[in-house]
Ligand binder design. Sequence first.
Ligand code: MSP
Length: 643
Amino acid sequence: MSDSKKFYITTPIYYPSGNPHIGHCYTTLACDLVARMKRMQGYDVMFLTGTDEHGQKIEKKAQEVGVTPKEYVDDIVANFKKLWGRLGITYDRYIRTTDDYHVESVQKIFKELYDRGYIYKSEYKGKYCTPCESFWTESQLVDGKCPDCGRDVTDASEEAYFFKLSEFGPKLKELLLDEDRNFLEPKTRVNEMINNFIDPGLQDLCVSRTSFTWGIPVSFDEKHVVYVWVDALSNYITALGYMNSAYDDFDKYWPADIHVMAKEIVRFHSLIWPALLMALDIPLPKKIYGHGWITFGGGKMSKSSGNVIDPFILADRYGVDALRYHLLREMPFGSDCPYNNEMMFNRINSDLANDLGNLVSRTVAMAVKYFDGTLPAEKEFTDADNDLLAQLDELPAFVAENYESFHIADALERIFKVIARANKYIDENEPWVLAKDEANKPRLAAVLYNLLDAVRRCTILLSPAMPNTAPLIYEQIGAADANTKWEDASVKYSLPADVTVKKGPVLFPRIDVAKELEELDAMSAPKRELPSEPLKDITKFDNFAALDLRAVKVISCERVPKSDKLLKFIVDDGFGERQVLSGIAKYYDPEDLIGKTLAMIVNLEPRKMMGYESNGMIMSVRDGDKFRVVEFPDDIKAGADIS
Ligand code: MSP
């Protein structure tokens, strides 16, 4: 395969600090769509994704749950891979920054940058939280305190290595402003980078730390670990075998055709990454694309109540292709897109059930009804077909161009305009009227053939977005699976003249929006764990009023000999002292209860336990294994009435 026919596309490598959510899906789906199209166009594609597994945050999370960082990330990486499997993501390689070959390469890259004079040792100054053992920058602090624990931070410094990012300002500006290159899309991000970062002056970048250990050790100074971006960004070349022998694809696929990500990490990809590559004398990637965020109630990612957004649940309930289509169709080029289920249901109903689903089922049903499923070879094409055909002819180039430039929503919108046009073509040509007269059969055959061919051509173009649906449609319209090449979408009338259709199941059942929303709401309501004791029957107020409930002060408390349950109290009930027993010896040391102000029912009949008389009942609360006495603050007097 010739060099020009290769295509290398990457997603960011995601942090496995928590499980993947629907926000991670967009980037991966968008890359999958482009990778699939490129393969259909005959390209040798390398589609890379993976996980960015080092760093203090992961070290801490692992500590919290009592496992090693590697064990922690192993679990989450399995979930990332499971989700990508579920969504039909066709990545060619999955890189983990804990993979040995990556570790080896990063150490070599770091050393190389050091040897070339781009990395030097200095001091990192920041705000330090001693209990958390964490450095923070001024902007990360919350009200001047540690963002993790809320405690005071102090000025501190540690020895660290720095990358001379400050040297690259002019070259980076030139790169970003190069009109022919179009390095960074969308264009608005170019100004952001220049105005906010390059023009004010780039700072050298801290690239090593000594305050945590979960990272790649600097090979020539082992108390340092490589800090974040050199480790993470290098994945795009180490995964091809740069400075390691695990793979041998660097010369073949580098430079990358496109790195895709959301806007918050565009800065690292369009400034730090090219600077690192320039320092290493490696060609730059051809393009960086920073899309917007899927937002949930305003933020990049938050749990909005009543909105089940677990991609596994959504894929299971509505189908992988519906979820894929919705995410790809909704996200506008370069800007944010709110997610909510209602929008998804409306989108599925209008585009997939109504427009596409109906076009396929009506067309196939008519071919069965009027021709027993097989069209006659004799057809009468007329000028009335021209508009639909012209729209179909223009479609493949438009879609290819827009998919590739990540104007994916625009491309899908255009395909559905043509699908709507085809539906209108049915109404214009009224096959049910043509069918009434035998003489019209050639015209009727031509109308149905045009419709089947329109479905075929649109389905090819939709297939990177809806890879599971395409074969189902091909089967129904008698196109088998021969139509998987991109260029087939440009070929008019490639179906056999006597094509045979086959009725199939409904492609996209209509969603009852109100009912579905209710069901998802019910699923997302926090599940209550019911108390083990059911509620008792209603009783009269008098029954309550008959009980004398008081605060009492504990004067003494000791274990009852030979009983592992009972504690013996002398309490002051405000009128005098009395003895009371309570079965809480398992939960309290007697000394801890002396002096406490407790709640007690003081007018219960005296009762004997283990030979001691108990005059009343100390009140406590039980919750599973937990058992606590009901306590009042010290300033409540003995004998105070509880109501
Ligand atoms: N590990 C770094 C990236 C290093 S790449 C060399 C990182 N990881 S991340 O887990 O935070 O992933 C961020 C990326 O996930 C975003 O840039 C985007 O691609 C995707 N998304 C995560 N949440 C998202 C949304 N809510 N909306 C859209 N994309 C989002 O940053």
